[in-house]
Design a protein around this ligand. Structure first.
Ligand SMILES: Cc1cc2nc3c(=O)[nH]c(=O)nc-3n(C[C@H](O)[C@H](O)[C@H](O)COP(=O)(O)O)c2cc1C
Length: 390
């Protein structure tokens, strides 16, 4: 089983991840991982933090001579901001340290602040927000980059694009080539393939900026080149649709996931929204009339592109703060404001890619196994021959 854990706090020393269960022999490039980290930091609407951090990964175990060796992989991404926080969040108490603390006693509605402080029995929310922060997703993106490197060995690619910002919605279908071209761009605005729609999205973000507000968004993650048969219909927890939805909703601020065109299907008729089945006798292969199911039927990949969408609520920290209560005095008070993002749509798409790549790599390894890449490949090719001969 391929699994991973992350550790690290927003203003701590670093973020850390460990990965277990990947076969030996996967080519790994630090530059490719760093490029994914760079992509996570882009986009119009980000706050000041992304200007401080230029993330880069260090791998301290499990990769030697540019390939995985089968041992657990451990990686670190240092927080450049740590130098400003060493006395505020020391590991060991320091003399006079009490005065240096930065207590956060005015919990923000929509954040982990109040529920976390009550649950972990802290009189201020500092330690809670340090871990609840989406800074943690830096580690997920690094793990996702390794999962992507594994999937790429089998011609599988995972990318994303933004289909909605506030009230603005992309109203047309998008090809894989368009998503690929978008991923090559150096100047990321809002991650939408359609320039006209993207300009309207930017206007919506500008309104939020001007009024001290934040704005929600929808991103779509697409996986290309998948074989049919990853995941299974046989048990609730092997269904890939459910596993992908969990992975997407596990992201900070993502409050919903849509598998395929779920909303369109739920508001339509069965005769209109299923992907009809056809057979090309010359090519001797099945093909579909559409892809409304998002490449998943019965919890299994069906060989079409898989796509899932993530619904981001507007960021909870507002420059014009919401009503709250001060934990120290129990008096009404405005929620705390710390430097914050206004819209995180394209970055969330990149994190969604990482989560999707991780789940797909897990499902792939469940099906094909292997301690070495050569073994995984043999098993995969045997299955692909079986599918061709079906
Ligand atoms: C890429 C990304 C960046 C985020 N940046 C911020 C931010 O700057 N300020 C903030 O209040 N919340 C931010 N969030 C959202 C919070 O982390 C999240 O709302 C909070 O941890 C509570 O979790 P929940 O919204 O999932 O319940 C961000 C989320 C993502 C995905």
């Amino acid at each position: 089983m391929f699994r991973f854990e992350t550790a690290g706090e927003s203003h701590g020393e670093c973020l850390v991840a460990t990965l277990v269960g990947l076969p030996a022999g996967i080519p790994i490039s630090l530059q490719a991982i760093n490029h994914e980290l760079w992509r996570r930091q882009q986009g119009y609407g980000r706050g000041g933090r992304m200007k401080i951090e230029t993330d880069s990964v260090e791998i301290v175990s499990g990769v030697r001579h540019s390939q995985t060796i089968g041992s657990p992989i451990a990686l670190i991404i240092r927080n450049r901001d740590w130098k400003n926080w060493t006395e505020i969040l020391p590991v060991e108490d320091i003399e006079g340290g009490e005065d240096k603390k930065k207590p956060m006693t005015r919990p923000r509605p929509g954040h982990a602040d109040l529920a976390g402080a009550i649950k972990y029995n802290f009189q201020d929310a500092r330690y809670i927000l340090e871990r609840a922060s989406a800074r943690e997703t830096t580690a997920r993106v690094a793990v996702g980059a390794i999962a992507k490197a594994f999937l790429a060995q089998f011609g599988i690619r995972v990318l994303s694009h933004v289909i909605g910002v506030g009230p603005v919605r992309l109203e047309r279908s998008v090809t894989w080539d368009e998503i690929e071209a978008l991923a090559m761009k150096e100047d990321v605005l809002l991650g939408c393939v359609d320039a006209e729609t993207e300009a309207k999205m930017k206007e919506a973000v500008d309104v939020a900026y001007r009024t001290g507000d934040t704005i929600g968004a929808i991103f779509e993650v697409r996986a290309h080149g998948l074989p049919p048969g990853l995941g299974s219909h046989i048990t609730w927890d092997s269904r890939l649709d459910g596993r992908l939805a969990q992975a997407i909703v596990s992201m900070q601020a993502v409050k919903g996931a849509e598998v395929g065109c779920a909303e369109e299907q739920a508001t339509s008729y069965g005769s209109k929204v299923q992907d009809t089945i056809h057979y090309d006798k010359r090519e001797r292969r099945f093909f579909r009339g559409a892809n409304k199911a998002g490449g998943l039927e019965g919890g299994m990949t069906n060989g079409q592109d898989v796509f899932v969408r993530g619904f981001l609520k507007p960021i909870s920290t507002l420059r014009k703060p919401l009503e709250s209560v001060d934990l120290a005095t129990r008096e009404p008070s405005l929620a705390a404001y710390e430097r914050s993002d206004v819209c995180v749509a394209p970055a969330a798409g990149v994190i969604g890619e990482a989560m999707t790549a991780i789940v797909l790599a897990q499902a792939f390894l469940e099906k094909f196994g292997g301690d070495s890449l050569a073994e995984t490949r043999r098993n995969y090719e045997g299955y692909i021959t079986q599918v061709r001969e079906f």
